[in-house]
Design a binder for this molecule. Structure first.
Ligand code: ADP
Ligand code: MG
Length: 763
């Protein structure tokens, strides 16, 4: 029996889904595949697992819940445990690098990728009685594949007399892709629509679409806060950096004003009253304010509002600050604060309210305890304002939002199917996404959505829906995983939306080059070894090769580092970057990196040697409890380094378990640097994994007429690409400019750049 607290019980009673518990459970008991569609916030994620648990589904086997986002897996497992009064030994989570699942786990939240990996060793998912695929409308690659696979697994389990229930949960979007797809489900599954009490949301379009949506957002929030009645504000922008910038701006503007206002007599009275009451909410706010002014130093007191540390930002994973000449657009807007700050101040001078704004950031890389802040009521007398990326669109429901400010933008990682070039671009989101965002304002009362773009732009430029992820990224790892599950004809697989043939062909081609598939397209023993590793096939191959010459510890370290995004930063992480400071930090870091790269063979390992050294040095710093500071000083993204350390352990364990000869391998925190020979061999290993990613220096005599020599100093030709690609300005190989290099990735900002470069010798 579940014993819930009074408070929790009351919150639950307000959720629309609770009224339908009985009919939902009847439908699930009588049908094997059920789709539950309901507006965000109706209670699907938090309540469905509890319904199933109480109906006895977790008695003999476990309940699995998949989430496309790691944030959601972690945060939801905690919330459900809390609601049910169970520990996280019983309601647990599992994501790629970590988890708290135990043998007592009854409800397991996990990322969809993790469940797909589990399928490889247990195709029938026999430890589960139910699989809930949450957020199916997000159309993440792994969820899509899981739907396809589970459409076959459910009948198989039934045949075995050990039935498995499949519950697909989705916002009320595009259900047709799942339910009227005969290749997927011959009989359309039962659909339950959860009625939700959605209050009307008035949508306001901007007359004009401004060039700078961040400034516009700031203005809009200021107006809402100073002119409109009580109610939380939720702001959608695209990335962590933007979130942090806006939050910082808001805190500066409104807390400052509050302090000034407090000097007024009325406020004085209020303050003394509060102090008398022993209430120090106010002082704490002042304290935060002081913290802001002092910049990076520590805070003095942490009392009534303990969680938030204003100066402690998690580090954006999406910084693009590329070569010397291109500090423009984004960075510049971010650092032109000074005049703009003045503007905000003077406009505010006239405002009536002295109410502070409680501004909080929200994005997936934000540490968990800070993410949880958004669910807590703001301090007495403050208005809540959450600045978020699109994680608040459907994965997390923020309570008591009355105003939504929507930039209409989202950031996507684009991938060119032919050249493999990737790049982050910010562009318009879809109409469906914009409507989801607007809907966030009407959960608890009628609300307003301010769109920072014109209705013409919305009508003419916004797509109806964003394309499913499977059509937008390389499918190599999926292709191999599916082959290893003995799915032979991948073109015939029941995808909810199929990737295009070109994508499948290039994936197959690359896997053949790697040696993971033979000429006929069958998985080779190497392919099987590769697929065991929780990393991309090319890195799997590097691992599989490295039992030689005692290279494995280095390869593990390197693969771990290469598998985590944005390890080496280009600009310091402060909310309002100052160009001068940024430049000097960059110079300092570049010097350190050059030193880390060393000389001789190790220098030829290039950026990879920098990574190896960085991880080694970080390990040492961590052993002294000094990791955070070390990372800040040396331009490493702290969270990335933490992930690398976990992945290193995980890969080591994975090798211990899968390669009997290597059963005694361990992570050596004091790994000595590779010898000259080892460094040379490591380059060969890199080439083995990334042989399709080699570039050759463009020589002056190859330049066409009119092409300026200086502009091509760092230019290479790669992958038969027409356009040149450049060595990044942070690359340690810029000094030596080897003729041939192997690179990890090409990405595009204002030019095409290569990341993770090492020198190779021509054969
Ligand atoms: P859905 O999955 O249908 O979008 P959820 O189950 O995620 O809905 O949310 C139901 C309710 O639970 C929402 O009102 C949300 O604010 C609340 N909730 C979710 N997580 C937390 C949390 N950690 N703390 C407090 N409330 C939460
Ligand atoms: Mg949900």
């Amino acid at each position: 029996d579940v014993i819930r607290s009074e408070e929790i019980q009351q919150a639950r009673m307000k959720l629309p889904i609770l009224a339908e518990e009985q009919s939902i459970m009847e439908t699930i008991n009588e049908n094997h595949i059920v789709v539950i569609a309901g507006e965000t916030g109706s209670g699907k994620t938090t309540q469905l697992p509890q319904f199933l648990y109480e109906a006895g589904y977790a008695l003999k086997k476990q309940i699995a819940v998949t989430e496309p986002r790691r944030v959601a897996a972690v945060s939801m497992s905690q919330r459900v445990a809390e609601e049910m009064n169970l520990s996280n030994r019983e309601v647990s989570y599992l994501i790629r690098f970590e988890g708290n699942a135990t043998d007592q786990t009854r409800i397991k939240f996990m990322t969809d990728g993790v469940l797909l990996k589990e399928l490889q060793s247990d195709f029938l998912l026999s430890k589960y009685s139910v699989v809930i695929l949450d957020e199916a409308h997000e159309r993440s690659v792994y969820t899509d594949i899981l739907i396809g696979l589970l459409s076959r697994i459910v009948p198989l389990r039934l045949k075995k007399g050990d039935p498995l229930k499949l519950v697909i949960m989705s916002a009320t979007l595009r259900l047709a892709d799942f339910i009227s797809n005969e290749r997927l489900f011959r009989m359309p599954p039962r659909v339950i629509n959860v009625e939700s009490r959605q209050f009307p949301v008035t949508v306001h379009f901007n007359k004009r679409t401004p060039d700078n949506y961040l400034k516009e957002a700031l203005n809009k929030i200021r107006k809402i806060h100073t002119k409109l009645p009580e109610g939380g504000i939720l702001v959608f922008v695209t990335g962590q950096r933007e979130v942090n910038w806006l939050v910082q701006k808001l805190r500066k503007a409104f807390l400052f004003n509050r302090k000034r206002a407090l000097k007024g007599s009325e406020a004085k009275a209020k303050k003394s009253e509060e102090v008398k009451d022993g209430e120090i909410a106010d002082q704490d706010l002042d304290d935060e304010d002081a913290g802001l002014k002092k910049g990076h130093r520590k805070r003095r007191k942490v009392k009534v509002i303990p969680q938030i540390d204003l100066d402690d930002y998690s580090i954006p994973g999406d910084i693009e600050f590329d070569s010397d000449e291109d500090g423009e657009d984004h960075e510049d807007t971010l650092s032109s604060d000074e005049e703009e700050n003045g503007a905000v101040e003077s406009q505010e001078g006239s405002r009536a309210t002295t109410q502070p704004l409680w501004a909080l950031p929200l994005y997936s890389m934000l540490p968990i305890h800070k993410q949880r802040m958004v669910f807590q009521p703001p301090p007495e007398g403050c208005r809540l304002c959450i600045v978020s990326t699109n994680v608040a669109e459907t994965s997390l429901t923020i309570p008591n939002v009355k105003y939504v400010v929507d930039s209409g933008k989202c950031k996507v990682k684009l991938y060119d199917k032919v050249t493999g070039v990737t790049g982050h671009v910010v562009h318009w989101c879809s109409k469906a996404a914009a409507n989801q965002r607007a809907g966030r304002a009407g959960r608890t009362q009628p609300g307003h959505c301010y769109r920072l773009y014109s209705s013409a732009v919305f009508n003419d430029t916004f797509a109806e829906h964003s394309p499913p992820e499977i059509q937008q990224k390389p499918v190599d790892d999926l292709y191999l995983q599916m082959k290893c599950m003995n799915i032979d004809k991948i073109v015939n697989f029941p995808f909810p939306t199929a990737p295009d043939l070109m994508q499948l062909k290039t994936a197959e081609q690359r896997l053949k080059i790697l040696g993971a598939l033979d000429d006929k397209g069958n998985v080779t023993p190497l392919g099987r070894a590769i697929s065991k590793f929780p990393v991309l096939p090319r890195y799997g191959k590097m691992l599989a090769l490295s039992h030689q010459q005692e290279l494995l510890p280095y390869t593990i370290c390197l693969v771990a580092a290469l598998s985590v995004q944005e390890v080496l930063l280009e600009v310091p992480i402060v909310a309002s970057p100052n160009l001068e400071e940024a430049k000097s930090a960059r110079q300092r870091w570049n010097a350190t990196r050059q030193r880390w790269a060393g000389s001789g063979q190790s220098l030829l390992l290039g950026d990879n040697m920098v990574l190896l050294k960085a991880v080694g040095a970080a390990e040492y710093a961590a052993s002294r409890g000094d990791l955070q500071r070390f990372c800040e000083e040396n331009g490493l993204r702290h969270k990335a380094v933490v992930e690398i350390r976990k992945l290193r352990l995980q890969l080591t364990a994975c090798i211990r378990d899968n390669v009997p000869e290597l059963a005694d391998i361990a992570v050596d925190p004091q790994m000595p640097p590779p010898t000259e020979l080892q460094a040379k061999l490591l380059r060969q290993i890199l080439l083995a994994g990334m042989g399709d990613q080699v570039a050759k220096k463009i020589m002056p005599d190859e330049l066409k007429e009119g092409e300026e020599k200086a502009k091509f100093k760092y230019a290479y030709r790669a992958n038969n690409m027409e356009e040149p690609v450049f060595l990044h300005q942070g690359s340690v190989l810029r000094k030596s400019l080897p003729e041939y290099i192997v690179f990890q990735e090409i990405y595009e900002t204002n030019k095409m750049y290569m990341r993770g470069v090492a020198a190779v010798e021509p054969e």
